[in-house]
Design a protein around this ligand. Structure first.
Ligand code: NAD
Ligand code: TYD
Length: 349
């Protein structure tokens, strides 16, 4: 059995769905169901005995210990986190509580479980992290590699960096068989529409402005979420405990390019009633404080050591993603209710 945390969020739910589609091994899914967690992502698993959902927090040590004792998983895959940079700027406290303290409590429970199980070498604690811990790059800097110094710039990335350090320390000090992945920006189905790509698709269809922070020339590396899931499966299977793996799509794009690509796809797939391009809705707004200029991932380690490659290009992945949002208007309506509107008012006032 796998013990997945945060499996009702964007990447976690894609991981659970993909896992159960290709394996008979069941999944225990612990999720606190914050604003970002949504059981609707897992509706297709209703009645599937391979999926056991538990509502609760990774910071609840007693609960996690009980779950580990009851289900005896062979691995923990930790997605649970507060994940949105802009929210971390408005209110960092939840990021400290979940990303740092929560990961610490999960590690403590994992350590007790693993020690009690004669320190089984085959146990794995896979921690899902981000490229944002490395800080920001200039246009001509080399991409982040696994030995790049951590220089987190936002409360979000600082809290993820702290959790990565704890995971590392539990290997170095106690020998816990940990694996950490640092991935670039994901996109795809079930992406909560506070993040750039789903926000822009949703706003475009509603005739609202498409907000680009600052000059829109910031660069991110984009990876289709299913490719991230396949990388995680590969790391879980063959990664060397104590090692970290950068995961990326070799798809650096400026935010303006990304938004224009979405507009062009919508012009093709769902043209505006007035025949004008969605590009006309692009609006430049006040920049994010401390906004990182560029992220880029050097993914050669996972490619050469574990033989993983992404299967989607940005062009194929973004086409699938726009198509998914067009086909899943009800999912979007369900997640963009009360608290979501409050967030938009606060962030884009
Ligand atoms: P998300 O915000 O969509 O989902 C997070 C999930 O964790 C939600 O289901 C939420 O309910 C749950 N959660 C929050 N606090 C919890 C707690 N205390 N206990 C249990 N569950 C809790 O995030 P995501 O985009 O799916 O990201 C998942 C992980 O991947 C995060 O650790 C994030 O840092 C990392 N990551 C994300 C990206 C990206 O582009 N989205 C890129 C690289 C790494
Ligand atoms: P986001 O999806 O929040 O991911 P992250 O900050 O973790 O990279 O943002 C992606 C990029 O898009 C980032 O440079 C910020 C920018 N952005 C906008 O320009 N406008 C927006 O409304 C949002 C949400 C993000």
């Amino acid at each position: 059995m796998l013990f997945v945390t945060g499996g009702a969020g964007f990447i976690g739910s894609n991981f659970v769905l993909d896992w159960l589609a290709q394996s008979d091994e069941p999944v225990l899914n612990l999720d606190a169901l914050t604003y970002a967690g949504n059981l609707g992502n897992l509706r297709s698993l209703e009645g599937d005995e391979g999926h056991i959902f538990v509502h609760g927090s990774i910071a609840d040590g007693a609960l996690v210990e009980r779950l580990l004792a009851d289900y005896r998983p062979r691995a923990i895959v930790n997605f649970a986190a507060e994940s949105h940079v802009d929210r971390s700027i408005h209110g960092p406290a939840d990021f400290i509580d979940t990303n740092i303290v929560g990961t610490f409590r999960l590690l403590e429970a994992a350590r007790a479980y693993w020690s009690g199980g004669s320190k089984d070498d085959s146990f794995r604690f896979l921690h899902i992290s981000t490229d944002e811990v490395f800080g920001t790059l200039d246009a001509d800097d080399e991409a982040f590699h696994e030995e790049t110094q951590y220089q987190p710039n936002s409360p979000y990335s600082a809290s993820k960096a702290a959790s990565d350090h704890l995971v590392r320390a539990y290997h170095h000090t106690y020998g816990l068989p940990v694996l950490t992945t640092n991935c670039s920006n994901n996109y795809g189905p079930f992406h909560f529409p506070e993040k750039l790509i789903p926000l822009v698709i949703n706003n475009a269809l509603l005739g609202r402005p498409l907000p680009l922070y600052g000059d829109g020339q910031q660069i991110r590396d984009w990876l289709y979420v299913k490719d991230h899931c396949s990388a995680l499966r590969r790391v879980l299977q063959s990664g060397v405990p104590g090692r970290t793996y950068n995961v990326g799509g070799w798809n650096e794009r400026t935010n303006l390019d990304v938004v224009q690509s979405i507009c062009d796809l919508l012009d093709e797939l769902k043209p505006r009633d007035d025949g004008q391009s969605y590009r006309g809705q692009i609006t430049f707004v006040t920049d994010r404080p401390g906004h990182d200029r560029r992220y880029a991932i050097d993914a050669r380690r996972i490619e050469s050591e574990l033989g993983w490659r992404p299967s989607e290009t940005f062009e194929s992945g973004i086409r699938k993603t726009v198509g998914w949002y067009l086909d899943n208007a009800e999912w979007v309506r369900n997640v963009t209710s009360g608290s979501y509107r409050n967030w938009l008012e606060k962030q884009y006032a």
